[in-house]
Design a protein around this ligand. Structure first.
Ligand SMILES: Cc1cc2nc3c(=O)[nH]c(=O)nc-3n(C[C@H](O)[C@H](O)[C@H](O)COP(=O)(O)OP(=O)(O)OC[C@H]3O[C@@H](n4cnc5c(N)ncnc54)[C@H](O)[C@@H]3O)c2cc1C
Length: 435
């Protein structure tokens, strides 16, 4: 097919989820010409597919991760009325989290991209890279007007699934390495809930109610625990309970089927909540996921693969770019159940190394977010949105360092990078303790 549209950029960011947001804002603020392509019609990625999902793991060892996550939170908290707040998580082993108004948060993220001078292109997908001498010389893209080309000096893959990195030859595994990925989820909100009545229930998972619904054939058997959390606005409840097992998140047909199946189960659950759970009798369903939220697909291979042992030791890497203490938040891989076992002692934390975002062989490609290089245990902990945003911020900053001295991304000085991130307010890096 003939391509007669071609654009130039310093940095192309593929995907506008939390990682892509972080990467594009960081690089844009440093004066680079940044283009961000997002296949859907909204910024946020999974955050937009499961609206109102809390920003978890934002407070490792009780201190905010800092950087863009802290800045975004602070902007929302300072609004009148405030559009975000810090709350304790009701689930085992999770620290405090940030709950926010979904629409105001995504609007604010878009504004931060605009302010950073990023050219945001919604409804535009990156299709494939062209490789010359092991580097990506251009990528083919597609929007409603047909194919176009972007020639970028650096490509940052924040697509969640890593299609472009895989096509550029970066080795990868899927899920646990045997093809088993975590369950995916369709979420929704109930509004008009009487919080005081509902949250008198001492079991945060409402297990006795769920067991009755399953026994009577009114709920799917995977709904043994109902994850019902207070939403940001009084009277709203976020339902993060409907998980679909065994779907390949890189297969768009399977994604469509999982979305429809999940939506069916959400409707069934919303009816059950109204009829069986105290406080829901006048509530109704809203903000049903537009598409299923995918937790896990490809894990790319990088200069370093983060492991569960690294986390358990509380490793602070010399090139650590964000802190984390999230539990091993595993969701129904294969026929397994949900777990969130602690990985570090309370008050301890580990860092995510920059090298887990850098492929060995492509000199102008980096990646960030849920496609980082990690074993399945480490992945289950590192994948929270605050960490994904910070990974993005790190690679966006690294792009500036690489372009300034015309370096391959594998050779940038990580100590300069870490120092820059500390200056940008990222907490607990280098020799700075997280206090
Ligand atoms: C159901 C669910 C519940 C979760 N709960 C929590 C929670 O409570 N707290 C928490 O902090 N984290 C939670 N997580 C984890 C967290 O949401 C994700 O790990 C994180 O949002 C991933 O961000 P990302 O930017 O790496 O990828 P994504 O959010 O997947 O974003 C990737 C973006 O790239 C776009 N894209 C893909 N391919 C292309 C292409 N070729 N061209 C252009 N655009 C493309 C996609 O449309 C998407 O917008 C949850 C995840 C799920 C699925």
């Amino acid at each position: 097919m003939k391509i007669d549209r071609c654009e130039e950029a310093d940095v192309l960011v593929v995907g506008g989820g939390t990682a892509g947001f972080g990467a594009a804002v960081a690089a844009g603020r440093k004066g680079l010409n940044v283009v961000l392509l997002e296949a859907t019609s909204k910024i946020g990625g999974v955050m937009a597919f499961c609206p109102g999902m809390p920003w978890g793991a934002a407070y490792p060892a009780g201190k905010i991760v800092g950087g863009l996550m802290a800045e975004l939170t602070s902007r929302l908290e300072k609004m009148d009325p405030p559009a975000a707040e810090k709350r304790p998580c009701t689930l085992d082993n999770f620290g405090p989290e940030i709950i926010y108004d979904h629409d105001i948060a995504t609007l604010t993220m878009f504004e931060m991209l605009e302010d950073a001078g990023v050219k945001v292109r919604l409804g535009a997908s990156v299709i494939s890279p062209q490789i010359d001498d092991s580097a990506i010389s251009a990528v083919t893209c597609f929007d409603r007007n047909g194919p176009f080309m972007i020639r970028a000096k650096i490509v940052i893959d924040c697509s969640g699934d890593g299609d472009i990195s895989a096509k550029a030859g970066v080795p990868y595994s899927i899920g646990d390495g045997n093809g088993n990925s975590m369950g995916m989820t369709v979420s929704f909100h109930m509004v008009g809930v009487d919080w005081d009545t509902t949250f008198q229930e001492p079991d945060p998972y409402f297990r006795d109610y769920a067991a009755k619904g399953i026994a009577e054939g009114r709920l799917h058997k995977d709904l043994a625990k109902l994850y019902l959390m207070k939403g940001f606005h009084r009277g709203s409840v976020f339902c993060n309970s409907v998980h679909i097992r065994g779907v390949d998140g890189t297969d768009p047909v399977a994604i469509g089927q999982a979305t429809q199946e999940g939506r069916r189960r959400c409707h069934q659950l919303s009816q059950f909540l109204r009829s069986d759970i105290p406080g829901f009798s006048n509530a109704y369903m809203t903000l049903l996921s537009p598409t299923v939220g995918v937790r896990e697909t490809r894990k790319l291979e990088a200069l370093y693969k983060l492991t569960g042992e690294d986390l358990a030791r509380g490793t602070k890497f010399y090139d650590g770019i964000v802190c984390c203490d999230n539990p091993i938040d595993d969701v129904m891989r294969s026929d397994a159940s949900m777990t969130h076992d602690a990985i570090v002692d309370k008050g301890s934390y580990y860092t995510i190394p920059f090298r887990s975002l850098i492929p060995a062989n492509v000199p102008n490609l980096m990646f960030a977010g849920r496609i980082l290089s990690a074993d399945p245990v480490a992945f289950a902990s590192v994948r929270g949105m605050p960490q994904c945003m910070a990974m993005g911020q790190a690679v966006g900053t690294a792009a500036v360092l690489a372009l300034k001295d015309n370096l391959a991304v594998q050779t940038i000085d990580t100590q300069v990078l870490v120092a820059d991130l500390i200056q940008q307010g990222v907490n607990g890096l280098g020799n700075e303790p997280l206090v």
